[in-house]
Design a protein around this ligand. Sequence first.
Ligand SMILES: [Ca+2]
Length: 406
Amino acid sequence: MTIARRPFLQGLAAMALSACNVGPIAGTSPRAVANPAFDAWRRSFRPRAAAAGISAATLDRALGRAGYLPEVIEKDRNQTEFTRSLEDYLAIAASDERVATGRAMLARHARPLAAIEARYGVEAPVVTAIWGLESRYGARRGDIPVVSALATLAFDGRRGRFFEGQLIAALKILDRGDVTSGRMTGSWAGAMGHTQFIPTSYLAYAVDFDGDGRRDIWSEDPTDALASTAAYLQRSGWRHGQPWGTEVRLPETLDLARTGRGRKQEAGAWSAQGVTRADGRPLPRAGATAILAPAGRQGPAFALFPNFEVILRYNNAVNYGIGIGHLSDRLAGGPPLSRAFPPDATGMTLEDRKDLQRRLTAAGFDTEGSDGVIGPKTEDAIRAYQARNGLPVTGTPSPALLARLR
Ligand SMILES: [Ca+2]
């Protein structure tokens, strides 16, 4: 969703990615603690919510029982601003596991997904890819009480206006009876259900696709959530039958200064300059086309079509857009990227980093997986290995370290 609608998702996704999960935080629900200042804020907020049309019954039931959640403030304060490289992002977003699970989910939910595609014109693999990145296909929908989380953030005030607006939207949802406050759970920032809608997006786009009278994005059955996501993309301008983008091969003669998201040309103009699909076939003619080479000439490059911009309406981050696009291609049976990324700043390739993780783990320094993405657990394992072996303790991967482990 757009930055304006969902300003924290990018940070959320980055945070979750750092723990090798794309989706809301997991674990135990945060505990509410007594806070007289919060109680006073809640009393002062009540007339504003009533003026926005929220019923007294909902205010009694939901707002009256909302608690102050200090852990939510902690999450808000600790949002990391750094963004992962596209290589790391794709290693997690389109991991073998996420591709395999997604293909199984496509098969298991084939009937509702086909009906959703017929109604909204958004291809099943695209909807499924969003489901996969937002909540690991429903496995991590978030278990934090949304009214308490949003009330805590609105009270805290760092982005009080935004969160108060989301809180009022959440109370409107309860007022309409789509869900009870007990079942209205989500991420610490109020993103809810299988595809992590914030309350204002829910009010604008959620649909009751299974026809039971409730727009239920929280239930085990993902049908309403997936249809709501397709409705969001449709209303954002999705073009059925058109690709989001494609990996391309760039000729040596192409001036990279002429690439970038803002420099769009018709596919024919790029073809005339020698740009082809990665497999050598001509570029599809899908309208205004940008070429992006995020890792320069040595890494994979992409042609991005108008549907790519629609994905960014869901979450305005280029890595997210390419992640969704590439994962959807993989779910539809497509191959991995044809071109590897060049070695990183430490001089290591993704395969080197996976090998390093496997060898550290085998040597008794557990990196908890070997996805090739260097996160806190791998850094801890490197530090422990270095300390045990009398090396300078840096926690940084290097070709020399890998050579030593080999
Ligand atoms: Ca329903």
